[in-house]
Design a protein. Sequence first.
Length: 181
Amino acid sequence: MIGGRGIRALYPDETLPDVYLLTPEALRLRGAEAVIFDIDNTLVTPNAPVTEPVARYFQSLHEAGIRTFFVSNNGEERVRPFADALESGFFCHAGKPAGKGYVQALKILGLPKEKVIAVGDQLLTDIWGAGRAGIYSVLVDAVDPAHEQPFVRVKRVLEKPVRAVYRKSLKTVENKGKRNS
Ligand SMILES: [Mg+2]
């Protein structure tokens, strides 16, 4: 029995390469006041602690007044320290794709499902569970250990023109040096 929205509950409402694209602005455009996250492979590699980019991302959400919550199939020993470090509520042993964890999350957040977005890396647990609870779902690519530092990637792209200018100025200095010698 699939329940809720039937087979449609298996389809994400949206697909994104990673969670960082869900900026406070992007969330507001979607009418979200809170985000329910999966942990493993959605935010970090399995069993990894909170990373610097994740901590900064959560801080940016909280500063924008967006609340965060975890619904995980993992046990409390995994979920509590992670959630505590990110000042978020949590529901562990959620038994996803059951919708109960998401329904509980809505209750605890005190928000209607229309004001919450759920994010996860797995169709058959995260997306299905969120869909059964009637929550807008976003499927993200599983975290690749090689790309666990997305801000580094973004920084590199931003740095490119700066570096080019910097190299140019170095050349000028070098040339000057030659001319003066
Ligand atoms: Mg996962």
